[in-house]
Design a protein around this ligand. Structure first.
Ligand SMILES: Cc1ncc(COP(=O)(O)O)c(C=O)c1O
Length: 402
């Protein structure tokens, strides 16, 4: 069965008279004698979502896979890290989601983990770190990376980790199981922020961990229950509904992302475009070998050393694309990464674009008009007043980057 079909059918209630969808089961408590007793342990709506994601990520594996849903992507990450022994050594990505790097830094500062950050696109550097004098317990990969869209050699790194007795985790949020299946590439665990493409409508927070080894799945389930890091039933229902349309959404958004990336690369205000679909050489080979497509997120840089001001002007001039963090929704969003504490100040004009489902010509018109404000010599006050200017000019960002 093709994955687009699995996304529509997996976890569906069987039998005559069954509903076509999986209705949300709002229940804290179940009558004794059944499979589920208390709602912190399990829920039929979680089960349907988990069965669907497990089928997509691990359906081709001989023994399949199991998935465990959590209250957010960050809760899923925290649950994986909580399974490590005290003082465990972790190799983390030098470029990767801010929240993951922040959590690793906090755990290292508390003495709970011994963390080293590596350039995961440099396979030799990761191999050297894996075979160094100290045993590495866990290798954390992201590919494509947030926000630079770099591609790690996932099969080579998983193989190197396996020979070193190291567990590999891949955050597959950007690729989704429709474009990349890390368990098939040799990873032990896959993490998703289902808040993004799987949910797909910017209306929920949810995380998922997937593993082929049933003992890992059982341990994650037990930890979810003991820590209470459970997803809401509504969120699980909405995430499953989102998953049903993931293929069609991603295919459309990816086609638009490719077109916008090509046009951005030609635009005089753009210094550099980062999009796996435009990658050449090593990254292009890796993508072809391990993924079924480049995805719908890209990044581009404007303004050179004055990039922050140029980026702010671009955000302020948008009228359709929403200045917002997060990604993977039906709406296109643009995020000036340097505004987030902890993001690399060396790329002040880096803008991350999550391409949604709007018409591509409308998106390009908006981008091209906004980019005119980033051309050298453009005064800050030259940006046309716009509906979203107030959002963008709302002051320094607080809270959490996505
Ligand atoms: C790659 C990646 N992983 C994990 C997360 C964390 O997910 P959540 O926001 O659902 O906690 C994010 C959030 O932006 C992300 O971009």
């Amino acid at each position: 069965m093709q994955r687009a079909t699995t996304a529509v059918t997996a976890g569906r209630p069987p039998g005559p008279g069954a509903t076509l969808n999986t209705p949300p089961v709002f229940a804290s408590t179940f009558r004794d004698g059944g499979e589920i007793g208390y709602g912190r342990t399990d829920n039929p709506t979680w089960q349907a979502l988990e069965a669907s994601v497990a089928a997509l990520e691990g359906g081709a594996l001989p023994g399949g896979a199991g998935a465990v849903a959590f209250g957010s992507g960050q809760a899923a990450t925290a649950a994986v890290l909580a399974g490590l022994p005290a003082g465990a050594r972790v190799l983390g990505p030098a470029v990767g989601y801010l929240g993951t790097r922040g959590l690793l830094a906090d755990l290292a500062a508390d003495g709970a983990l011994d963390v080293e950050l590596v350039d995961v696109t440099d396979t030799e550097a990761v191999r050297a770190a894996l075979t160094g004098p100290e045993h590495v317990d866990l290798l954390w990969l992201e590919s494509p990376t947030n926000p630079l869209l770099e591609i790690a050699d996932v099969p080579a790194l998983c193989a190197a980790a396996r020979s070193a007795g190291t567990v590999t985790v891949v955050d597959n949020t950007f690729a989704t199981p429709l474009r990349q299946r890390p368990l098939e590439l040799g990873a032990d665990l896959v993490v998703h922020s289902a808040t993004k493409f799987i949910g797909g409508h910017s209306d929920l927070l949810l995380g998922i961990v997937v593993a082929a080894d049933p003992d890992r799945v059982a341990a994650l389930r037990a930890r979810r229950s003991s820590t209470g890091a459970v997803p809401g039933v509504s969120e699980a229902f909405l995430a499953l509904r989102g998953l049903r349309t993931l293929d069609v959404r991603l295919t459309r958004a990816e086609a638009s992302a490719g077109e916008l990336a090509r046009r951005l690369a030609e635009h005089p205000a753009v210094d550099r475009v980062r999009y796996p679909g435009l990658a050449e050489g090593r990254s292009a080979h890796r993508l072809a070998a391990q993924a079924d497509g480049p995805g719908a997120v890209l990044a581009f840089e404007v303004g050179g050393a004055d990039g922050r001001a140029a980026g702010e002007r671009v955000l302020a001039a948008l009228t359709l694309i929403v200045p917002a963090t997060s990604l993977g929704g039906v709406e296109s969003t643009l995020d000036l990464r340097v505004r987030w504490p902890g993001e690399d100040p060396g790329r002040p004009g880096l803008l991350r674009l999550s391409v949604g489902l709007e018409d591509v010509e409308d998106l390009w018109q908006d981008l091209a008009a906004a980019l005119r404000t980033a051309l050298p010599g453009t005064a800050a006050d030259a940006a046309a007043p716009s509906r979203t200017a107030a959002d963008a000019a709302a002051g320094p960002l607080t809270g959490t980057a996505a």
